[in-house]
Design a protein around this ligand. Structure first.
Ligand SMILES: Cc1cc2nc3c(=O)[nH]c(=O)nc-3n(C[C@H](O)[C@H](O)[C@H](O)COP(=O)(O)OP(=O)(O)OC[C@H]3O[C@@H](n4cnc5c(N)ncnc54)[C@H](O)[C@@H]3O)c2cc1C
Length: 290
């Protein structure tokens, strides 16, 4: 299948890229890895007049800790996250997720920024960003602004990004001692989009959970922030009773639909199973050993 005709731009600066996006007034799209955009163009679900390829803009691909944050440049490939020793050691949830996104071919091209910006509720990274309390640096005509992950996802394929804005950096708070996280994904076959997924981030101190974040994949119009479920853990001793209660609350906010990946009731039940599994792993990684 061949996509419709489009103008192609490969700017070498962010300012130039933003200017071109503005010139097309919502009729241009950022092209990153092309792993989601090109398929939807081939299916005629999107027909942008222009593509603004951001791959030639220098210094947009990196993973580093700096000033209280893990900073991931928007064009960092998902395979680079999967291979990152820093992620493996300090942000295992990212390795959990990146290792099960699609297949190595897609991960070699697909970017972290693209996975987050696409706004697909079945993408794996958005739920992780919600659980981790991440924020996104975004460049537009008026300069740079920062959007918390919790207010980024507005609806299916709709984010808080304006048409002339570019996500430049993903910022994740650096972990503290006693923090652990995990991502659990259920898929029909290896490399597939998730049936459901659950992302957990826990901070434990003195055998108590001090704070928690929970994100859900593929059970709503966007990735879901399971705030009540996460809040129910605060002040509790990490263990089966607290984890079961949080999993029940996560199941309550899930809005799964029946489709080729399974019936809604099955998906809701699996949210409960995966949430407890991910909570146990996150707690072990936090050092609590629950
Ligand atoms: C066979 C297959 C299987 C897949 N399986 C999975 C899976 O299991 N889990 C999963 O999470 N994903 C999966 N994906 C999707 C894949 O992860 C995509 O690569 C990713 O969702 C988009 O990243 P990209 O860099 O390719 O973005 P693109 O396709 O280039 O762009 C996607 C959208 O985001 C916008 N965009 C991209 N970067 C930016 C930016 N920096 N600023 C503003 N807007 C931007 C584009 O304009 C476009 O609207 C799969 C894809 C394929 C083809």
């Amino acid at each position: 299948m061949i996509p419709p005709r489009f103008e192609y731009f490969a700017p070498s600066t962010l300012d130039e890229a933003v200017e071109i996006l503005g010139r097309y007034g919502g009729e241009a799209k950022v092209l990153a890895g092309g792993q989601s955009l090109l398929p939807v163009m081939k299916l005629r679900l999107a027909e942008p007049k222009a593509l603004v390829d951001i791959n030639r803009i220098p210094d947009l691909a990196y993973i580093r800790e700096d000033g209280g944050w893990l900073r991931i440049g928007a064009t960092t490939r998902m395979n680079d996250v999967n291979d990152s020793n820093l992620a493996k050691r300090r942000y295992p949830i990212l390795t959990d997720a990146a290792s099960v996104i699609a297949d190595p071919l897609v991960r070699n091209m697909g970017t972290v920024g693209g996975n987050i910006s696409h706004g697909d509720p079945a993408n794996d990274l958005p739920a992780c960003m919600l659980a981790l309390g991440a924020q996104f640096a975004v460049r537009g005509p008026k300069g740079t602004r920062t959007i918390p992950a919790a207010s980024f996802y507005l609806d299916t394929f709709t984010t808080a990004l304006e048409p002339d804005e570019i996500l430049t950096e993903i910022q994740i708070p650096k972990p503290r001692t006693g923090q652990g996280n995990a991502y659990e994904k259920l898929e029909k076959r290896a490399g597939d989009f998730p049936i459901v997924g659950v992302a957990i981030n826990l901070f434990e101190s003195g055998r108590k959970i001090e704070s928690a974040g929970i994100g859900l994949t593929a059970v709503g119009p966007t990735a879901l922030h399971a705030k009540a479920a996460a809040d129910s853990l605060v002040g509790q001793a990490p263990g089966d009773a607290a984890f079961r209660r949080a999993a029940e609350l996560a199941m309550q906010i899930a809005q799964p639909v029946s489709d080729l990946r399974g019936p809604a009731e099955y998906k809701r039940a699996m949210i409960g199973v995966l949430a407890q599994r991910a909570l146990r792993t996150a707690s072990k990684r936090a050092g609590g050993g629950a």
